[in-house]
Design a protein around this ligand. Structure first.
Ligand code: NAD
Length: 503
């Protein structure tokens, strides 16, 4: 059966390559599409095209309103294809169809609409404060596009992580080279097609798919790239920082997490039990903001765990395209093996697999990369399972005896992306939230991704924020133009310093 083939998009042209990737469903191993495999020479061409487009200036001189209109047009086009793109997303990365519709595609559309809206009133230029004393100055404050942006994204939430970068970068007037992940690039490449159809000038947006340690490294270290916007693992984020150092690139890094989810003694268990599972298992547990450490007050731990385990046993593992499926496959065989290693390590360290704990058996699971939804009890925060990002449907339950202890355990991690608190006492929950070291705290919920709120983390979860009202700032440089309206003020200023004012 023939499958679609996706090419690179460089300088307004679709370009093929000698080598190809095969994109296979992580559930069935069926071939979904082939994709041109870029080389470092293709990176050079794409960056050169983006640089030429930046220097030519057509896009950065297009009015902010017209730039916003293109982003809004693409949002509308993606929304019109939501069913098709949700299915494609499930096929290429195994995320379940309910999640791909709402989270992957739906939120990406909302994010683009939001950026298009804020771009219209963004202050690209404004009068600076008039200063009269000690010397009279007027000024102009400008925010100018940074230049060529490299947008490098992972496979787990490919479209939203890309839209978080491309929409504000284009709104700012930057030019962009996109590198989707080599395991799940298809929906991202569909987005590029929509931007082409919407009429972006050539060279403004370029896309290629290549191996991370080769093409990704070459792109993020490229001297003509002014900013790297990256989402992925903390390990690669550190490499990006090193690769960016030589030319002092701007970076935003959205990295890993180990979200602590705190259930206080007064939590409403009728929502907290499902909430804890949702926090950990949504998107097959392959979510940076997942709530993977469940911290339960010891006074309710027995009842809570019993209800959690009973509910977890009802989760359906299977075909991600089936709307009844709760948890799909993990991305690759290597990921499956890595996760199984964590599960064995947890058991060896004394944790108890109250649900799951391995790979499922049965004809349905002969092909594909499967991990049983797993809940470990008896976990302590020093265990590997509580410290490392497992990135699969695995939840660790820990207990605490006081709120102070819960906060201490929650903050005892290298990460700081998400955290949550369950309580019927909103004030008490907010007080706990204030003390948690994380960029996003959810009270009585999880995975709340709202375009109005910035997404990002403390500590080794990253640098900078995406989404939210300041998202365009991340793609602009601040410039201040001061205007001397009273003669040679500079000389007089020196005069003041030196004590010999000129006549
Ligand atoms: P990864 O870091 O392995 O890969 C991410 C991207 O970086 C891919 O496109 C890859 O090709 C590229 N890459 C790899 N090595 C590179 C290098 N040396 N230089 C430049 N690019 C390179 O991550 P992954 O396994 O694809 O994704 C999972 C990780 O992403 C998890 O750690 C998850 O927490 C994180 N993530 C974070 C967020 C967030 O917003 N904080 C969102 C989604 C995923």
């Amino acid at each position: 059966m023939s499958v679609p083939h996706y090419e690179m998009y460089i300088d307004g042209e679709y370009v093929d390559s000698a080598d190809r990737y095969e994109i296979r469903s992580p559930a069935t191993e069926e071939l979904v599409a082939t994709v041109a495999k870029a080389t470092t020479a293709d990176v050079d061409s794409a960056v050169a095209a983006a640089k030429r487009a930046h220097e030519a200036g057509e896009w950065r001189r297009t009015s902010p309103g017209d730039r916003a209109d293109i982003i809004a047009t693409v949002a509308g086009a993606v929304y019109g294809r939501i069913e098709e793109l949700s299915a494609l997303q499930s096929q290429e990365n195994g995320a379940t169809i309910r999640v791909t519709g709402a989270l992957h595609i739906g939120l990406s559309v909302m994010q683009m609409q939001y950026v298009a809206e804020i771009a219209k009133t963004y202050e690209f230029e404004s009068a600076g404060p008039e200063v009269t004393a000690p010397l009279p100055f007027a000024g102009i404050r400008r925010r100018e596009p940074i230049g060529v942006v490299a947008a490098i994204v992972p496979w787990n939430i490919p479209l939203l992580t890309l839209v978080w970068k491309v929409a504000p970068a284009l709104a700012a007037g930057c030019t962009v080279v996109v590198k989707p992940d080599e395991h799940a690039p298809l929906v991202a490449l569909e987005l590029i097609k929509e931007f082409e159809k919407a009429g972006l000038p050539k060279g403004v947006l370029n896309a290629l798919v290549g191996d991370g340690d080769d093409v990704g490294a070459h792109l993020s270290g490229h001297p003509d790239v002014s900013k790297v916007a990256f989402t992925g693992s903390t390990q690669v984020g550190k490499a990006i920082l090193r690769q960016s150092a030589d030319t002092v690139k701007r970076v935003t890094l959205e990295l890993g997490g180990k979200g602590p989810n705190i259930v206080l003694a007064d939590a409403d268990l009728s929502v907290a039990v499902d909430g804890a599972l949702y926090a950990a298992m949504a998107n097959n547990g392959e979510a940076c903001e997942a709530g993977t450490r469940l911290l339960v007050d010891s006074s309710i731990a027995e009842e809570f765990t019993a209800r959690l385990v009973a509910r977890a046993k009802t989760l359906t593992l299977g075909n991600p395209l089936d709307p009844a499926t709760d948890v799909g496959p993990v991305i690759t065989k290597q990921a499956q093996e890595r996760i199984l290693g964590f599960l064995e390590g947890a058991k060896a360290a004394g944790a108890v697999a109250a649900v799951g704990g391995g790979a499922p058996t049965g004809a349905e699971f002969e092909k594909g990369n499967w991990i049983e939804p797993t809940i470990f009890t008896g976990v302590t925060n020093d265990m590997e399972i509580a410290r490392c990002e497992v990135f699969g449907p695995v939840l660790s339950v820990l207990t605490f005896d006081s709120v102070d202890e819960a906060i201490k355990i929650a903050n005892d991690t290298d990460y700081g992306l998400s955290a949550g608190v369950w309580s019927v006492d909103e004030e008490a929950a907010i007080e706990v939230a204030r003390q948690l070291e994380a960029g996003m705290i959810y009270i009585n919920d999880w995975h709340v991704i709202n375009p109005n709120y910035a997404f990002g983390g403390f500590k080794q979860s990253g640098i900078g924020r995406e989404g939210g009202p300041d998202s365009i700032d991340e793609y602009t440089e601040a410039k201040y133009i001061s205007i001397d309206r009273a003669g040679p003020v500079q000389n007089r200023a020196f005069g003041l310093v030196l004590g010999t004012p000129p006549a």
